[in-house]
Write a protein that binds this ligand. Structure first.
Ligand SMILES: Nc1nc2c(ncn2[C@@H]2O[C@H](COP(=O)(O)OP(=O)(O)OP(=O)(O)O)[C@@H](O)[C@H]2O)c(=O)[nH]1
Ligand SMILES: Nc1ncnc2c1ncn2[C@@H]1O[C@H](COP(=O)(O)OP(=O)(O)OP(=O)(O)O)[C@@H](O)[C@H]1O
Length: 267
């Protein structure tokens, strides 16, 4: 292929990268608006350089007329997430998309590479509308945490510098650094879990309190002054002790008393 042929060959890949970047960035914005939290932190993409396509074709023994199917990452998208759990959420959402077809997945998080590399890869087939009609191209979507990305970016640039023959001691230190990045992800996930649980407890507590207080108001309304005052005292006591279990019980007792009061006011 000469320069012009390469330019023509790469057009659908450039279009695929641009369109997929816009789609995943839009998804991030939409989830942020809907749920106040997006599992996507940021998105990047690139079309592989011609020299890199040629190197890879040579390395993988892919003939020139087979590079469209033999090299799967000519179009590449990278999605960065805050937490490992987000990676699985993003992967699920990609699996359910109707505008692309999943070809296969590589889980380098569970089965990390010898280098220490971790990421979740999805090879997808994406249709682009070109001047000559519909063209399906392969694209590689790499999904990773910020820590995984930090490690992979530095390791990639060191490999580039040392022309892929890293000194053994550097290789070992990089593996250790990958382990540290893994620990960081694990620690961040457990902190996040604790925050989510305490948020859930807080919401549950607020719901119980508003229900209890509105039921006590109802009892006053139905002239059950003594009962209401007793419940109020008991509530104050349990609130002081922060006893959620007993508060739940009390909430049910008050609910029953309110229903009884409503019924007898009707008869
Ligand atoms: N920084 C870094 N990136 C990696 C490493 N292994 C894989 N990757 C990334 O993941 C992509 C796909 O790698 P693989 O799943 O091994 O597939 P492949 O393209 O057949 O194989 P290679 O390009 O030979 O690694 C690569 O093009 C890199 O972008 C690694 O050890 N370090
Ligand atoms: N799927 C992707 N999405 C976004 N950027 C990518 C993706 N894959 C690679 N890159 C980045 O593109 C640049 C050029 O990478 P290039 O494709 O030449 O090498 P590589 O990823 O090591 O691939 P390979 O070993 O398969 O040739 C690097 O900065 C790399 O991190």
């Amino acid at each position: 292929m000469d320069g012009r042929d390469w330019n023509l060959f790469l057009i659908p890949y450039e279009q695929a990268v641009e369109e997929l970047k816009v789609k995943f960035k839009t998804l991030r914005g939409e989830l942020k608006t809907r749920e106040a939290y997006a599992p996507i932190e940021f998105v990047t993409g690139r079309v592989k350089r011609i020299s890199s396509i040629l190197d890879k074709a040579k390395r993988l023994d892919v003939p020139m007329d087979k590079i469209e199917t033999g090299i799967e990452d000519i179009a590449g998208i990278r999605i960065m997430c805050q937490f490992v759990e987000d990676i699985h959420r993003v992967a699920d959402s990609i699996r359910s998309r109707k505008d692309l077809k999943l070809v296969y997945e590589k889980d380098y998080i569970t089965n990390f590479k010898d280098s220490g590399y971790r990421s979740y890869h999805m090879i997808v087939e994406y249709p682009v509308q070109t001047a000559l009609g519909l063209k399906k191209v392969l694209a590689e979507v790499q999904i990773r945490t910020l820590a995984m990305n930090f490690w992979a970016t530095i390791e990639h640039s060191l490999n580039y510098k040392y022309k892929e023959s890293l000194p053994d001691d550097v290789r070992i230190r990089l593996r250790k650094a990958a382990e540290a990045a893994f620990q960081l992800d694990t620690e961040m996930s457990s902190i996040r879990q604790e925050i989510l649980e305490s948020q859930r407890d807080f919401e549950e507590k607020s719901n119980i309190v508003s229900k209890v207080l509105s039921d006590i108001q109802d009892l006053y309304f139905y002239n059950r002054v003594r009962e209401a005052a007793q419940f109020q005292l008991r509530f104050n006591e349990l609130w002081e002790k922060e006893d959620i279990f007993e508060l739940k019980q009390l909430s049910q007792d008050i609910q029953r008393a309110t229903l009884r009061a409503k019924k007898s006011s009707r008869s």
